[in-house]
Ligand binder design. Structure first.
Ligand SMILES: Cc1cc2nc3c(=O)[nH]c(=O)nc-3n(C[C@H](O)[C@H](O)[C@H](O)COP(=O)(O)OP(=O)(O)OC[C@H]3O[C@@H](n4cnc5c(N)ncnc54)[C@H](O)[C@@H]3O)c2cc1C
Length: 389
């Protein structure tokens, strides 16, 4: 199947990127998991190597590579077995920079995309609020225009890179209630009235997840990202690539769980023989592998459609829906193959299992994705792309 989607250049990139990760990331993962964050130096290192978002335009320091390099990139990141680490890089390079690249003015791109791709300025994307998660249109953080600036009041929660980032791309209310009155705003961390604190959580330990408060924060009108009151539509559009990425992460996690289980099965002996000889485990692996391989084919196909410019909002929702559930199932079953060792922190499965659980929640819960699929299928609702790249 891989030959249908990947060329020799993709394979070479995989080899180089894997070598970089093995040398400069793998040895530090345990420490970063314990620290509950990654150091700023790793962003710099990614930037120096050109690994901060491989598809961004060369003009701003990106590699300008095609979508399947990004697929290779994500698959290799997941092999490090730390969604916290992957999210620390991804919330900046995949979320914050995607909004800058998509809707930013030339001046904003010059500043944030250029420094962001060097790993010098780190961003986060803050949409969720204590009372507005799935229902994005209910968000309340208010930005009131006053001459040449906005005054922002409100709060955000569950924000990846919410404490360590240098700037926040925040969804704020600039207009009436509902989807029509939302705008995106760049809010620098050092502005007076911005404060943040870290949250404790089940998994994604190497990722800093924060709560952010805005107390009469003044930002110049130039910090508006894109057009006023178009924020909701930008968010929905970016959800397509975010959900596709989350689907890819999910199948990659499931594949990693199977690979680790196979390794363990070959060396663990019980009742005088390797557990890989027990038919029940062999069939369990075979079943999971069949499900993961077919899901991967679906995800790769969607990446191809996305690469060709199709607006695959429904299909991306479907992919995230099935793959995140599959990842939860496979990581759980593979954890059990390790017996008691599966439950131990010294072995890889405990982290993989807990990290997988966020898949069905972040970037649109499974229930919300079903709503989208149902509306588009049963009510024949159509969504149009807000931005043309
Ligand atoms: C570790 C972590 C990192 C995150 N990072 C970010 C980030 O970087 N930026 C950001 O903006 N957000 C981030 N989030 C937030 C995440 O996107 C939200 O948690 C998610 O969208 C769900 O919102 P909620 O938590 O408010 O749940 P709610 O919306 O309160 O949902 C509660 C329950 O109700 C269900 N539900 C909701 N609506 C419907 C419906 N119409 N029909 C049926 N059931 C429904 C949900 O599926 C869920 O089971 C992060 C969250 C976590 C946990």
């Amino acid at each position: 199947m891989n030959k249908l989607f990947f060329t020799e250049e993709h394979d070479l990139f995989r080899e180089n990127f894997r070598a970089f990760l093995e040398k400069e990331v793998r040895p530090h993962i345990e420490q970063w998991e314990a620290d509950r964050e990654v150091p700023r130096s790793i962003y710099k290192r990614f930037g120096e190597m050109g690994f901060m978002g491989v598809t961004y335009p060369e003009k701003y320091g990106g590699m300008g590579l095609d979508t399947f390099f990004a697929v290779v990139y994500t698959e290799e990141m997941i092999r490090m077995n730390s969604s916290g680490f992957n999210t620390s890089i991804g919330a900046h390079a995949g979320l914050a920079l995607a909004h800058i690249n998509g809707e930013g003015s030339e001046a904003q791109k010059e500043k944030y995309l250029t420094a962001g791709l060097k790993g010098e300025l780190i961003g986060c994307l803050a949409i969720t609020e204590p009372e507005a998660g799935s229902d994005v249109a209910a968000l309340k953080t208010k930005a009131v225009k006053n001459g040449d600036h906005y005054v922002i009041n409100g709060s955000k929660t569950f924000i990846s890179n919410g404490v360590l980032s240098d700037y926040i791309i925040a969804a704020v209310r600039t207009g009436d209630k509902g989807a029509q009155g939302i705008s995106m705003m760049i809010i620098e961390r050092d502005r007076q009235g911005v404060s943040a604190s870290k949250l404790k959580k089940l998994g994604w330990h190497a990722s800093d997840t924060g709560e952010i408060a805005f107390d009469n924060v003044k930002v110049p009108v130039e910090n508006l990202l894109g057009e006023e009151n178009q924020g909701f539509f930008y968010i929905m559009q970016h959800f397509v690539s975010e959900r596709l990425a989350m689907a890819l992460i999910a199948v990659s996690q499931a594949q990693l769980a199977i690979d680790l289980a196979l390794e363990y099965m070959a060396q663990r002996e019980v009742f005088g023989r390797p557990i890989s000889k027990f038919q029940v485990l062999r069939h369990r692996i075979a079943q999971m592998l069949a499900e993961v391989t077919s899901s991967k084919a679906f995800v790769y196909t969607l990446y191809k459609q996305y690469h060709e410019g199709e607006y695959i909002i429904k299909e991306a929702a479907m992919a995230k829906l099935i793959t995140t559930q599959l990842s939860d199932k496979v990581t759980y079953e593979c954890m059990r193959i390790f017996g008691g060792y599966g439950y131990m922190e010294e072995y890889p499965m405990a982290r993989l299992l807990r990290d997988s659980q966020l898949g069905t929640i972040g970037g649109g819960t499974s229930e919300v994705l079903c709503e989208i699929i149902a509306k588009m299928t049963i009510d024949t609702k159509q969504y149009k792309a807000a931005i043309k790249h």
